[in-house]
Design a protein around this ligand. Structure first.
Ligand SMILES: *[C@@H]1O[C@H](CO)[C@@H](O)[C@H](O)[C@H]1NC(C)=O
Ligand SMILES: *[C@@H]1O[C@H](CO)[C@@H](O)[C@H](O)[C@H]1NC(C)=O
Length: 823
């Protein structure tokens, strides 16, 4: 409220459009949008001085993130825009920064520019991106039967309850989320709100209406209040919501927490900018307890991408201040790319310490071919496979579906269990939820040799994390649970190998040559380090690496703890041909939970594949996260935007951080035209070669027979997804981003029609309104048949991958949408 008031004074605009419920529509066709972090403590530099010098106008404050502002500038017209020209706003900022440099100007101007540049802590152009749903893989269709006897026994009249094997499994009675005993205790999720950040939520369905929370819902695709699913394929969020909170009534089945509430925040039905994604992750974060996120960067086995600074900032805001300081609970699906060799440690959402990462297991306890393994997996939950999927509410006139699946459906099952626990223990922090996962997950398939001991005496498996989430065990343990002490952390010094260096532009030099046997490096943790950082007990570790390599997918990375516990952080990825290496990529492992970290930690980096493509290991460090000895000394972790170079700059506060905004020239996608064709996940010869070339990590891929059979299914699925997202994209292109901003701020959007077409022509040809039926997803002639193209991520096509989107904002917009848009 205060910020909004302040803002109203700045703009002297009429109050109605400032009221807190109004969210201004974006006009991406006519304006470029930027997020600006302004430091109000830099003397004499008010926000309007900054916007003036940058030539931008204020749009609105970024919700919940103090000192972050959404600003915009009108796009240059086509005629004045030359190919590859730099963004004028970023150019002005760069000029300001170089003027601030001591050698260039006289003292007075310099100090003014210096202060101006200093007051800009972050500036990033907003690019529209499309997040991929972790949608169900294709399955053999199952036939509905009427209500089972089990439903009658439990006095539930929902007709499909008997089909909900993840609740009551007649064939394999132990293979369920095990929540019926919790319901019998009267725990059904009352008072808890979960938010589905997804493609909308059909609140008109009688199976959801009663449990729908409109106030915590929003549509960031169409910038309206209610998350109405509008595209024909907007069914995903509704199905996930049904798993959590389908009403106990005469329709479909029931949700795991059928008396809890669900909200919908719609972001997946078209490209959105980072600022909207950031707001979505904090939407109504005092009321919402859990955010269910069944989406992420592409699961194609060659993308390495994570949330950029702004989105990480938002997640941390939720962790530090959401739910009255107890922290928002973020639940992410591990990803569906296992058959393409993808691993959840290459996804910066699933490998965040702030998310509970959930992979999938089917009703028979077969590991589904799609579910991604990695050391960041915490638990596994039930989903599709072996011919059965999840039965839940569907979008439409009281519709149900029996075809929901993928890791997409595993995550909401976990959300449902957390909602049950939060009814009885609303005081659990985000870390208590994770502790309870680690402690109560049930080991399955015990004879698989992928189970490994942890130092704390538990069993861990990259495919299953600590095991299957068991509702009864989780909730009963929560009832007794003593809250963990606040979080503590410490980072080791960074090891620099053989003069390794990386510039802001990702130009590497030096480093130790990576051999086929692997090279190692050791970091020693001492008792003093723990004491100095008020550190008591270990939870997560982050291992940050700088590796230069001509073919990233060849590189394997693992770390071994002082107690001999090994975390495989990166296995080979046959599809990953990026030559950009690991420019400070952060891996995560939960396998060292409760381990004593004192002693030698040894990393091994291996390139077992061949010598045509080779590389060097520049350096690394480890961040340890855990609980504090003395809660009184604890401060909450704060994220600062760091200059992205190696060796990392000293901790000392520095003048403005240039990294997010510098304009760079990257290779255009067309430089490697062969790359996107070769890396198509639909190409099965490629897939076959790769299974045998998974030596270091063979165990990460399921050894089940289903795997090879699955390749074909994946091909079909890939093609289906290509069409699915292509159509979605086309639809998105047609959405009308026009009126609101133009009218409210007195700008006319009429002048830039060409801009509209130009930006969105990058996304495809004509619209096809009747997309979405599962049966119609096969390609027609003329449609892209490369599964890799199902996302609106131009930079994925050149195989470059993008580790850190704050680095890529400028680039992807210019070399992606804009260049492709040129005739
Ligand atoms: C499931 O819940 C029941 C209580 O309803 C409990 O006795 C049991 O241990 C739990 N786990 C399994 C695998 O059944
Ligand atoms: C590394 O790769 C480059 C390029 O293929 C090659 O010229 C060089 O000889 C390789 N180095 C080693 C030590 O194998």
């Amino acid at each position: 409220m205060r910020i909004r008031l302040l803002w109203s004074i700045f703009l002297l605009l009429p109050l109605p459009i400032l009221s807190s419920s109004v969210h201004i529509k974006r006009a991406h066709h006519s304006h470029n949008y930027y997020v600006l972090e302004h430091d109000p403590l830099v003397a004499g530099i008010p926000l309007d001085a900054v916007t003036e010098v940058l030539g931008v106008e204020l749009v609105e404050p970024v919700k919940n993130l103090r000192n972050f502002w959404l600003v915009r500038a009108e796009k240059q017209s086509v005629s004045t825009r030359t190919e590859g020209s730099t963004d004028p706003v970023l150019a002005r900022y760069n000029r300001l920064r170089s003027n601030a440099h001591p050698s260039t100007t006289g003292f007075t101007e310099r100090s003014q520019d210096h202060a101006l540049a200093n007051s800009i802590k972050y500036l990033s152009r907003q690019t529209l991106r499309q997040r991929a749903k972790r949608a169900p893989p294709p399955i053999a269709s199952t036939v509905f039967e009427s209500a089972s006897q089990v439903a009658e026994r439990l006095a539930i009249s929902d007709p499909l309850f008997g089909e909900q094997w993840h609740l009551v499994n007649e064939e394999y009675p132990e293979n369920t989320m095990n929540v019926t005993g919790v319901w019998e205790m009267g725990i059904t999720g009352k008072g808890v709100i979960s938010s589905l950040i997804d493609d909308g939520l059909d609140y008109t369905s009688d199976d959801l209406a009663e449990n729908f929370d409109a106030a915590a819902s929003h549509d960031y695709n169409d910038h309206t209040d209610l998350p109405t699913p509008k595209l024909s394929d907007d069914t995903h969020g509704t199905r996930c919501a049904g798993q959590i909170a389908a009403v106990r009534n005469n329709l479909c089945g029931v949700g795991i927490a059928y008396d809890s509430k669900v909200a919908g925040v719609r972001i997946l039905s078209g490209p959105i900018s980072d600022v909207d994604e950031a707001e979505a992750l904090n939407y109504a974060y005092q009321d919402v307890s859990i955010y269910s996120c069944s989406w992420g960067p592409p699961d194609d086995g060659r993308t390495m991408e994570g949330p950029d600074y702004l989105i990480r900032k938002a997640m941390l805001e939720g962790i530090n201040n959401g739910r009255d300081g107890k922290g928002s609970v973020f639940v992410f699906a591990s990803g569906n790319g296992a058959a393409s060799g993808d691993q959840c440690n290459f996804d910066g959402y699933t490998n965040s310490i702030y998310s509970v990462t959930v992979s999938a297991i089917d009703y028979k306890h077969v590991h589904p071919y799609y579910s991604e393994p990695c050391a960041a997996n915490m638990v596994v939950a039930y989903s599709s496979g072996s011919g059965k999927s999840i039965v839940t509410t569907d979008r439409g006139d009281n519709k149900c579906t029996s075809r929901h699946g993928g890791t997409s459906a595993a995550a909401p099952n976990a959300v449902g269990v957390f909602a049950l626990a939060l009814q009885v223990r609303p005081d659990l922090t985000w870390r208590d939820i994770q502790h309870l996962c680690v402690r109560t997950a049930r080991m399955i398939n015990e004879d698989e040799d992928e189970w490994e001991n942890t130092a704390a005496g538990r069993k861990y498996n990259y495919k299953y994390g600590y095991g299957v989430l068991d509702g009864y065990r989780f909730v009963t343990a929560a009832q007794e649970w003593e809250l963990v002490k606040p979080q503590a952390w410490f980072k080791t010094p960074t090891v620099i190998l053989e003069n390794g260096k990386m510039t802001e532009d990702w130009v590497y030099s030096g480093g130790q040559f990576i051999t086929e046997e692997g090279i190692t490096s050791t970091i020693t943790v001492t008792q003093e380090m723990l004491q100095n950082h008020n550190f008591e007990k270990l939870e997560h570790i982050n291992v940050k690496v700088w590796i230069n390599h001509a073919r990233r997918g060849d590189v394997e990375v693992e770390v071994v703890s002082p107690n001999g516990i090994k975390s495989v952080l990166a296995g080979q990825r046959r599809n990953d041909k990026a030559d950009t290496g690991f420019p400070g990529w952060t891996f995560m492992s939960v396998k060292h939970w409760d381990e004593d970290p004192v002693g030698d930690w040894t990393i091994r980096v291996t390139d077992a594949v061949n010598s045509d493509t080779n590389g060097t290991f520049l350096g690394w460090n480890i961040m340890f996260w855990g609980s504090a000895v003395d809660p009184a000394q604890v401060k909450k972790f704060e994220l600062v935007s760091e200059k992205d170079v190696f060796p990392p700059p000293e901790e000392a506060p520095e003048p403005p951080k240039p990294s997010p905004t510098t304009t760079r020239t990257y290779q255009r996608p067309t430089v490697h035209p062969e790359t996107s064709a070769e890396t198509s996940p639909t190409s099965s010869p490629d897939s076959e070669v790769s299974t045998s070339s998974f030596p270091g990590l063979a165990k990460l891929v399921s050894n089940q027979k289903a795997f090879f059979g699955a390749i074909g299914a994946v091909a079909v699925f890939g093609i289906g997804m290509a069409v699915f997202f292509w159509r979605r994209r086309v639809r998105a292109r047609q959405q009308n981003y026009t009126s609101l901003v133009g009218e409210d701020v007195g700008m006319t959007m009429a002048g830039d029609r060409t801009g509209t077409r130009e930006l969105y022509d990058a996304f495809g040809e004509d619209s096809d309104e009747d997309a979405g039926d599962e049966q119609t997803l096969l390609p027609k002639s003329g449609l892209p048949d490369n599964g890799a193209h199902y996302r609106d991520e131009p930079d994925e096509q050149d195989g470059r991958g993008s580790r850190n989107r704050e680095r890529d904002d400028v680039d992807s917009n210019l070399s992606g949408s804009w260049e492709h848009a040129s005739p």
